[in-house]
Design a protein around this ligand. Structure first.
Ligand code: SF4
Length: 222
């Protein structure tokens, strides 16, 4: 690594730790994300959450999991009926197809249980790297960085990357963040992205990490 790049990485490391500490103190409660009672439920909820808010997914999953409690129950469902059941989450035909295919592979290859490695998870239809990281981190407590739209936006505004490519962002964040804090990034960046550094407009004047952010736009005073 060139000396300039090395010192950039060192300063980014110190800055991201300070940012995570400050956000952690600001958002100490439980992360408001998808509701689930098992890794399997989180897998299905995460597939449903593509292009849909967590709130909307949470509004249909209690009835959905009561009707289809296992991978076998989903796998045996008629496609049209399942599509109707998940309609409020949008893209319901594609999602229903993915869920059926995913549950069939779960049963055939993994005995109906959700696997615990990224390599195996991404073999499931409808499961990409982002979904796999959500499951590893939230269902199995492994450290993984989930790059969703909020994490991508904040990583750019905070000056850690200049790209929209999720894999490049994930790799850079892994490089500069202590391993035991990888899970904090999803939880804290997503919360901050929803509440303050929103897609529509960053509210820098009420942002607790403004002094650590190169994109901060603050009133000049006077
Ligand atoms: S200072 Fe502004 S741009 Fe930077 S993280 Fe805060 S809200 Fe986002």
């Amino acid at each position: 690594m060139a000396p300039a790049q090395k010192s950039r990485t060192a300063s980014d490391r110190a800055r991201i730790v300070a940012i995570l500490d400050r956000l952690d103190a600001t958002y100490p409660g439980k992360f408001e994300g998808l509701n689930f009672a098992s890794p399997f439920q989180l897998l299905i909820a995460t597939i449903l959450s593509a292009q849909c808010t967590d709130e909307r997914v949470n509004s249909i999953t209690p009835q959905l999991f009561a009707k289809y409690p296992t991978a076998e129950a989903f796998a045996n469902a008629p496609l049209e009926e399942l599509a109707r059941d998940i309609r409020p989450t949008g893209y319901f035909n594609a999602k229903a197809r993915n869920i059926l295919a995913c549950c069939r592979v779960l049963i055939e290859r993994f005995g109906g249980r959700v696997p615990q490695t990224r390599e195996e998870l991404v073999e499931l239809p409808g499961v990409g790297r982002k979904t796999a990281n959500v499951i590893l981190s939230q269902a199995f407590g492994q450290q993984a960085i989930t790059v969703d739209t909020h994490v991508a936006r904040l990583s750019n505004r905070l000056g850690f990357v200049q790209t929209k490519d999720p894999l490049t962002i994930e790799q850079r964040l892994m490089e500069i963040t202590p391993h035991d804090r990888w899970n904090d990034i999803g939880r804290l960046f997503i919360t901050h992205g929803r509440k303050v550094c929103t897609a529509r407009k960053p509210y820098c004047d009420r942002c607790v990490i403004a002094s650590l952010c190169p994109s901060a736009i603050l009133p000049t005073g006077g």
